[in-house]
Design a binder for this molecule. Sequence first.
Ligand code: PLP
Length: 507
Amino acid sequence: MSIKKVTQHPSQNEGLIFERSQTGRVGYRLPNLDVEETNLDDIIPAELRRDDDLEGVPEVSEVDVIRHFTRISTWNYSIDLGMYPLGSCTMKYNSRLNEKTARIAGFTNLHPLAPEQEAQGALKLIYDLQEDLAEITGLPGVSLQPAAGAHGEMTGVMLIRAFLDKRDGEASKDRRVMLIPDSAHGTNPASAHLAGFTVKTIKSTAEGLTDLDHLKELCEQGGIAGLMLTNPNTVGTFEKNIKAICQIIHDAGGLVYMDGANMNALVGIARPGDMGVDVIHLNLHKTFSTPHGGGGPGCGPCCCTAELEPFLPTPRVEKDGDDYKLNFNRPESIGRVKAFYGNFGMMIRALSYIYTHGAEGLKEATEAAVLNARYLAVKLADDFDKPFDSDPMHEVIFSHKKQSRKGVHTLDIAKRLIDYGFHPMTIYFPLIVEGAMLVEPTESVGRQDLDAFVEAMKDINEEAQTNPQLVIDAPHSTRIGRLDEATAARKPVLRWKPETETLSKSA
Ligand SMILES: *Cc1c(COP(=O)(O)O)cnc(C)c1O
């Protein structure tokens, strides 16, 4: 089946801005100088100045620039455009109010080195957010310094390391094993490794839960520093044995780290601190709605027990009467993990999210996130293989088992979803499910959007059964089809070089 591609219109075939360049074309001119020109030698040392002519910069008009970037912006799929069911990523809608508060001039114009007395409002905001996150997680020590989830993980396991070193002294070096389930996010073993631990993998049961027998067996081998556990785990299932798991680890002399990136399934309902967890990170840029994607900025707060609090990064924002202060005098601290106090803009957005919801609203958001995932789980159960029977929490996992018999695989289904106007779900993660499709609708989609998604998925299954080639060749509606992603990542072309031929043509 061939679909004719329209290649003429620029909105379907935008070149690089360099290719629009016309020698001598100018977009904007500065007015003539009305002051005397300064001798550059007095300001910038000669060795720091370029001595060649600035070449290769596109020469374009204002309208060229505006249209070029506006056209490109329409090619992006975004959270403002529609549902973004990327499991594990929690792509929820970010309320505009959060953006408005983050742009309040008193916050945006504040210098990070401003004296404490002139930054009381910002320090209070940090302090209040710490208190709220302590309440939500049931863990009293909170640092907002880490700039991402993985960064919070690293901070958390460094706390465990510092705690063990203090508790066990020399003998701590014999306690270097970090247990991690085979379903974990890849950042977990990476963080453990960075903090000097050796990773041992725990098997999952057929239900997708931590295998308790295997856990006990590994603990008996000794040297246990701790466990890193995601709950709900990455197949969307709640670890119902969490209390027993924590007990087993504590009995073995280790500490429990919980990857809290999936906290949006628990906020207002259950608290990791009450489950026996010692340290957790949160993703403000997932659970607390601040925008993410494209590499940041993010915020991955680390929350811990009172026992671990002395090791948290420095400085700490503390309250002293009515004043807020920065405490740098923390001899046991693991030190700084980020310049200044972390990504402050994320904190403003998160607190704004928490305040606009209130305690009841946060609980309702959690319930809606779980209800939405369960709705999809039930509606799609006849058409797609669901590897685990239990009801999912905030995300649901399917596999391509029913479609692969026809030669249609997860990647094909994901690409075909693009033709139906949806961003694809997370694919091939977690690795323990072959051909995994991890779908997380979040609470910010309504019934209509869920039904449209269900209909699209059912149609795709129908196509896979009756006309598999249609799905295998997808997408059909985009400007370009399937990219060679591996080559693009391994041999990226980052610099545009003029082709002499094109140049002479346009000249
Ligand atoms: C997103 C995620 C992380 C990592 O968070 P980043 O902010 O991307 O570093 C860690 N664990 C889980 C389960 C996640 O979903």
